[in-house]
Design a protein around this ligand. Structure first.
Ligand code: SAH
Length: 456
């Protein structure tokens, strides 16, 4: 191990910072976050740095460093851009056995600063031993996404209960088993969301009694796995079993925990489909068996996703669940195609409409779609494209109104066909479009040529 990582309690502790510029400012910010009392020494100290030091507990000394500045401090940081000064500080500090850091000069340091992910009381630190700031930052971002804010809330919850737990379960082994069981239970998610009262019920129960599963209804977005939310990823890593739709891309499914069981429950026009009732039943059955069930749905679960029906069953059956929104096809496809859904010059509103016929007929308020200055996005509409365009024209929408059809939006295979209400049907016929496809109708589509970043 090149360095030994330690967490210093700096609250109320006097620390010396030599330097008065930008680098010193950044170090001061960090040290102040940890509650240090700063003595800042430099011939010139920037007003920005001064503004951090308004409290009377800090000292500002505007002159060159002198060795006696090291008196009564417990930690030293030298952040000047003059090598000789940095050397002088380092030698003097080391002579007094004081821990010293010199910015960007590992040879002069007895300790280095890691990159910090602060979810106090949870704090993660990462370092490459000064070898690569870019790699350090990369790793920090990775950890930032893994250790969300919820861990701070969870950490506080567990911290507040630690003493009680110690009294109730004096045996360390047993206490650990009980806490680990809690971490596997729905209480974990509840504590993360700050619902301490509900989480409490799961803390301290016998692990065998905690065999209650839960359901995560998660929006998988339109296809590109980078469009998943951090929360979706976290729950995808916790799941024991995943029930997924045909809309969930392989790339997204790849991000689910490797050893989670995968079950396809997709419906696609014509396919033998798993009925909604049997999906609802499966969710309940698996959760009852104590499993963490991930219900992964394309786009957003509450936009033409029947997420509402699924959680209704869960509510009725008293099964704990969480719903995580996803990027819906309309916003995902629009962004990747370069078609803003609203625009001050072209469209003041946008509607998401289903083009899927119920009982063989699409009953929509067509006359409401007739006004220009609005964007209409049809989900599940390709099969009825001709009917949609005819209806729009019949009810008064201008035949020249631009239309875009986006197939497999946000995926590498994304295809776009652009036309207008009169010619889009024949243009689409000429192409073999893969599913799923989305239809965008409105003047905003005319911006496509200028704003698209992908060729089709
Ligand atoms: N809950 C989903 C929509 C489900 S309905 C969401 O919020 O996006 C299914 C319809 O969504 C498809 O018929 C298609 O119109 C649209 N869709 C979903 N993903 C798509 C994609 N990647 N590209 C184009 N259309 C998509």
């Amino acid at each position: 191990m090149d360095y030994f990582p330690l967490y210093f309690d700096l609250r109320g502790q006097p620390c010396l910072l030599v330097g008065g510029g930008e680098i010193a400012y950044r170090k001061a910010e960090l040290l102040l976050r940890a509650g240090a009392e700063l003595k800042v020494v430099a011939p010139v100290i920037s007003s920005r740095l001064r503004s951090l030091l308004v409290s009377h507990t800090h000292e500002i000394i505007e002159r060159a460093f002198e060795p006696h500045d090291l008196e009564n401090v417990i930690l030293v940081v030298s952040a000047t851009d003059v090598r000789e000064v940095n050397e002088q500080v380092s030698i003097a500090a080391k002579a007094r056995q004081l821990p010293v850091n010199v910015v960007d000069s590992p040879d002069l340091c007895s300790f280095i600063f890691p990159a910090v992910i602060d979810r106090s009381p949870v704090i993660a630190a990462v370092s490459t031993g000064g070898r690569s700031p870019v790699l350090t930052r990369w790793l920090r971002e990775l950890l930032e996404s893994l250790i969300g804010d919820g861990y701070a809330v969870l950490g506080r919850f567990l911290g507040e209960r630690r003493n009680d737990m110690k009294q109730t379960w004096p045996d360390v082994q047993e206490r650990r088993r009980i806490t680990e069981a809690f971490m596997q239970s729905p209480g974990f998610g509840l504590a993360m969301q700050g619902d301490y009262q509900a989480a409490e019920k799961y803390l301290g129960q016998h692990p065998d009694d905690l065999m209650q599963g839960e359901v995560y209804v998660v929006g998988a977005g339109p296809g590109d796995p980078d469009l998943l939310t951090l929360k979706a990823l976290q729950l995808m890593q916790r799941a024991d079993v995943v029930l997924y739709d045909s809309l969930v891309s392989d790339a997204v499914l790849d991000r689910v925990r490797r050893d989670a069981r995968r079950e396809y429950v997709g419906k696609r026009g014509g396919d033998t489909s798993t009925s909604q009732t049997s999906i609802n039943d499966l969710l309940v059955q698996y959760a009852r068996q104590g499993e963490r069930v991930l219900r992964l749905k394309g786009g957003d679960p509450f936009v033409f996703g029947r997420g509402g029906e699924e959680i209704e069953t869960l509510v009725d059956e008293g099964i704990p669940f969480q719903v995580v929104p996803g990027i819906t096809a309309a916003t995902g496809c629009a962004a990747y195609a370069g078609i803003p859904l609203t625009h001050r010059d072209y469209s003041q509103s946008v509607r998401f409409v289903t083009g899927h016929p119920k009982d063989g007929e699409v009953r929509l308020e067509w006359q409401e779609f007739a006004h220009a200055n609005q964007t209409i996005v049809f989900y599940m509409g390709l099969g009825g494209l001709e009917r949609i365009t005819c209806n729009l024209i019949e009810h008064g929408r201008a035949p020249q109104t631009p239309v875009a059809i986006i197939a497999k939006g946000t995926l590498p295979e994304q295809q776009i066909v652009v036309g207008n209400l009169e010619d889009i049907v024949s243009k689409v016929r000429a192409k073999q479009l893969a599913r799923p496809t989305l239809i965008i109708v409105g003047e905003v589509v005319s911006l496509y040529d200028r704003l698209s970043r992908q060729s089709t």
